[in-house]
Design a protein around this ligand. Structure first.
Ligand SMILES: *Cc1c(COP(=O)(O)O)cnc(C)c1O
Length: 341
């Protein structure tokens, strides 16, 4: 099966499975799991933070960050398209009593600095207290410019806000720019990163921050039921995600570009090549074709794609250059099956 739906479908490597089988473990709620401690120290070092916390998912990492930065009645500013606004069940509001202040994303994925400034509430009993700015990088596969991150950090600092990065795919952003992950994360007070997407670990995310933030997040994690015991089994794979899978992401980016260029040559699809910066391709299907039928035709040939007028293709470890070639080859007969007028 060639699965373009997401990089979350990546399977753990043989090395990960072997490391999991032989991992040294202990009770992590007591802080006794040596493999978890190793992972957290390694990550803190790699990202340039005091501390790191291994958690079950990216959603949990973002929620812990929001709850560690904000109290009840506080607010965070984020993009209208932000994962931690749109795709996390409203967790900050439901579980943290934190009000989101979503703002439009520009076409490059950023939030206009002027819009952020205008959204910061004055100290007045009518308003929620604006505490935090939350950005996402990559966002929709796009890389936020380094200069923008520096400006956003300054804006946050000048206005007494903390700044969080949803860096689920920050490793993709770093590899695409040929820079270290820490060159991106240096602009933030906290960062979340997913190890179970392109980095191919079976489970887990990290939250990074200073000692105080990590202590608060550890408390919230326990309350939310996220305290885990011999979780070094998972941390063993997570360590390999950081040591063996980061550089490899450049192959995914090359495959995405190759896929996008293939689609650009077809009249049935519209693709903006300037937006293909990492491992995602968005292609809009001509209205004379039914996306659902196209997905069905591809599935018969063991290829899975998302459905929708705009299709999202995500490349990852378990999709090779050969797989992309095969996909482009069978696309023409599949389109014939999906034609409706
Ligand atoms: C996937 C993702 C998350 C959440 O990760 P889960 O592990 O699925 O909870 C958060 N932010 C972004 C940008 C993501 O892509």
């Amino acid at each position: 099966m060639i699965d373009f739906r997401s990089d979350t479908v990546t399977l753990p490597t043989q090395a990960m499975r072997a490391a999991m089988a032989s991992a040294e473990v202990g009770d992590d709620v007591y802080g006794d799991d040596p493999t978890v401690n190793d992972l957290q120290e390694m990550a803190a070092d790699m990202f340039g933070f005091d501390g790191a916390l291994f958690v079950s998912s990216g959603t949990q990492a973002n929620l812990l960050a929001l709850m560690a930065h904000c109290d009840r009645g506080d607010e965070y500013i984020c993009g209208q398209q932000a994962h931690n606004y749109k795709f996390e069940g409203g967790g900050a509001a439901v579980l943290g009593s934190i009000q989101p202040q979503p703002l439009s994303n520009q076409s490059d994925g950023s939030i206009a600095l002027e819009d952020i400034l205008n959204a910061i509430k004055p100290d007045d009993v009518h308003f929620a207290r604006t505490r935090l700015l939350s950005l996402e990088n990559t966002i929709g596969g796009k890389v936020l410019p380094q200069a923008y991150l520096a400006q956003a950090q300054k804006l946050a600092f000048d206005n007494g806000l903390k700044i969080h990065l949803d860096g689920a795919r920050v490793a993709n952003a770093a590899v695409a720019q040929g820079i270290k992950i820490s060159e991106i994360t240096q602009y933030f007070d906290s960062v979340s990163i997913c190890l179970s997407k392109g980095l191919s670990a079976p489970v887990g995310s990290l939250l990074l921050g200073d000692e105080r933030l990590i202590a608060k997040a550890t408390r919230w994690r326990k309350m939310l039921g996220g305290g885990m015991r011999q979780v070094g089994i998972l941390a063993a794979a997570a360590k390999l995600a950081l040591t063996e899978q980061v550089e490899r992401l450049s192959e995914d980016h090359a495959n995405a570009l190759f896929l996008a260029q293939g689609l650009t040559g077809m009249p049935e699809f519209t693709v903006d090549l300037t937006k293909v910066q990492t491992n995602m391709v968005f292609a809009t299907l001509d209205k004379n074709y039914e996306p659902k039928y196209l997905a069905q035709a591809l599935l018969k040939r063991n290829i899975r794609v998302s459905t929708g007028r705009t299709l999202r293709f995500v490349t990852h470890k378990d999709i090779s250059h050969q797989d992309v070639l095969l996909f482009l080859k069978v696309l023409t007969p599949c389109l014939a099956e999906a034609k409706i007028s």
